[in-house]
Each structure stands twice: as C-alpha cells, then as structure tokens.
Design a binder for this molecule. Structure first.
Ligand code: DAH
Length: 357
C-alpha cells in the first residue's frame, strides 16, 4: 500500500496538465483503478484484516483524491499566470493613430476663399439650391426668350398637372443669391455666396453639379477699378503669388454692364501648369458692374447705388491650385483619391495661420 501511495503521489506531483491528471485519476481511483481493485479484495479478507485494511484503503483513496484536486488547482493557477504574462499590455503607451477622414478639397478651398474675402470685409450669404426661374433668370435680366436660358442646360423641377406655383429649377449659378440678398438687406453691401450649382453637362471639365462663389459689392461710388483691385488681391492671396497678373477681357452677361471675363497669368511648360508666371492666360471668372435692371429687381434704387459682381468656379480654382487634373474625380468618393487630395481636419485655412498649411 505504501508503494501504491508513493507511486501515485509522485506521478500526480509531476503531471503537466489536466489530461495527465485525469489519466492518473482513472488509473488510481477510477472504477477499475488500482485502489478500487484493492478495495474489492476486502471481501475475501478475514474480518480482522478487513478492519485494518478498510480504513487504510479509504484513507489512501482520500489522500489521492486530495492530491489530484490540489494539483488541478495549481495547474489552473499556473495557466492563468502564463496568460497574464503573455497578454500583458502597457496602457501608458500612446494609442495607434486611427485612419481618419479628410476634408474634401472643395470644402477646403471654399474655406480659403471665405477667409480671404472676409479679410476684405465680405460676409457670407446663402440661397436655396432649388429656386424659382424668376430668381435664377428673370430677376437677373434673362427673360424667357433669352438665348442664355437655352445655353444653361437647366434642370427643371417636375410639376404636377394643375400645380400653379412658379416653375422651379436647380439653380444654374449662384447669381440668384444677389437678388435674395438685396431684397433682404438692400444697399450698401459686400457679400460672397459660395455654393452648389447644377447644369446638365458631363465631361472631363463639366459635372452636373459643381460649385461657384458669387461676389456682390454695392455702394455709392464703386467702380470697375475696385473690382480689379479686389480680384487681384484675391488671386495673389489664393495662389500665394505676389503681383500675379490678371487680364480683363470685354464680355457680355445679361446681369452686368459693362461685363468682363477675367483670366489669370499662367505657363504651360512641359505639360505642367504654373500659375502666376509665363505668358499664357486661363479664364477663371465672369464679372462686371451690376445692371440697373438687376438692382431694381432686388429692390435697390439704381440711381442711388452701383456696384460690381462676379461669379467664379470653385472647382476650377481648386483644380488649378492643387494640380487636380479631372473634375469628375471630385465627386467619385474614391477613398484613395480623398486620402491623397484631402486635407487634415486640423488645417483650417486662415490668413494669419497660412492658407494651405
Ligand atoms: N453667373 C455667371 C455664370 O454662371 C457668372 C457670373 C458672371 C456671375 C458675371 C456674375 C457676373 O455675378 O457679374 O456663368
């Protein structure tokens, strides 16, 4: 019996896992285990022998069971220690940077434009993207027979039969915001109106939705000279090129008289576009002195007030400044494109902090 005891207690002490312990349990105290077989032999013994051997065997069985239980607990503790050791984590380490979103170049450029004009005293005005054809056309001196209407590729809103409300369109330019602003606040004024506009057109340089920024400045004695200075100051700040040259070409818009299209100086060397140098020109906006009929439509007396207006393509100047070749990519929501051309959420453009970081 002592041998049995020594063998099993020794093997239990050396067991390396729960599987080995279970094998030992079956071998020693299982139904057909060595200790159990010995107990079965009690029946063949004399009553005297049985009285000695019975308690001894029971005690041995208890001792082995206790050793099994103790070893099982020790193995579990060791397993936990090992797990804690391998899963150790230093919570004082800095966190891993997560993939973050980026600010879309259009949003960034809109902020840049706003910062520059704000510095010149222009407030931001807004108007609806679905507007009546009166605001989009008539009030801007574009009557219904006017060819400019047909040229605009306008999206007209569906009208149910018997609907007598004025026809609505997706605004084709930001110019209707001029009228809405004059109606509300009159003159003098100095505003820009950035926002979405829509035209049924699609190729490398046209998308059915794009962005413009409108400008309007009204006062007693505002002239084309003020317009030229404001635009040149804007381009110098926006493209970060001092003394950038602009060219004013006589043009025609129904809502301005006189009208001018404005080009900025650029070079095209080796297929590379560079702004502010060379002897090439690139058209970036339309402008002029606000037509008296437009002032009237906005409820402003054309005999007392005058001023300039302009309309510029935001997508266009964003492409030029950041070297983005295809307009359509702006609106594809391609994550690789957005990560490449997008801006950090923390690089908010300001004049004092630097426009493009
Ligand atoms: N609305 C014009 C367009 O979409 C741009 C424009 C030209 C706006 C001259 C103006 C302006 O305010 O004076 O093509």
């Amino acid at each position: 019996m002592d041998d049995l005891r020594d063998t099993y207690l020794g093997r239990i002490a050396e067991a390396r896992d729960e599987g080995e312990l279970e094998t030992l349990r079956v071998e020693a105290v299982g139904k057909k285990g060595e200790v159990s077989l010995k107990m079965r032999e009690l029946g063949k013994m004399s009553p005297e022998e049985r009285q000695v051997m019975g308690p001894k065997l029971n005690a041995l069985k208890d001792e082995i069971n206790a050793a099994l239980a103790a070893k099982k607990e020790a193995l579990a503790d060791a397993a936990l220690d090992e797990r804690l050791r391998t899963e150790w984590l230093d919570v004082t380490l800095p966190s891993r940077p997560r993939r973050t979103g980026t600010i879309h170049p259009i949003s960034q450029v809109t902020e840049e434009v706003t910062a520059i004009f704000a510095d010149m005293g222009f407030a931001v005005a807004e108007g609806p993207q679905i507007d009546t054809d009166w605001y989009n056309f008539d009030a801007l001196n574009i009557p219904s027979h006017h060819p400019a209407r047909a040229e605009m590729d306008t999206f007209y809103m569906h009208r149910a039969e018997g609907d007598n409300r004025p026809p609505h369109v997706l605004r084709t330019h930001t110019s209707p915001v001029q009228i809405r602003h004059m109606e509300k606040f009159g003159a003098p004024c100095r505003i820009i109106a950035p926002g979405r506009v829509y035209r049924a057109d699609y190729d490398q340089t046209h998308t059915p939705m794009f962005h413009q920024v409108e400008g309007l400045a009204l006062d007693k004695d505002i002239s084309m000279a003020n317009l030229k200075w404001v635009l040149e100051a804007f381009f110098a700040a926006f493209f970060e090129v001092d003394g950038i040259k602009t060219r004013f070409r006589a043009s025609h818009f129904p809502f301005t008289e006189p009208s001018a299209e404005v080009d900025i100086q650029c070079s095209w060397e080796g297929g590379q576009l560079k702004i502010g140098e060379g002897d090439g020109w690139l058209e970036v906006l339309g402008s002029g002195m606000v037509h008296p009929k437009v002032l009237e439509a906005g409820g402003v007396d054309p005999n007392a007030w005058q001023g300039f207006a302009f309309g510029m393509g935001i997508d266009r100047i964003a492409m030029l400044k950041y070297g983005i070749p295809d307009l359509r990519a702006f609106f594809d929501s391609d994550l690789r494109w957005l990560r490449h051309y997008g801006f950090s959420a923390l690089s908010v453009p300001t004049l004092h902090g630097g426009l493009s970081g």
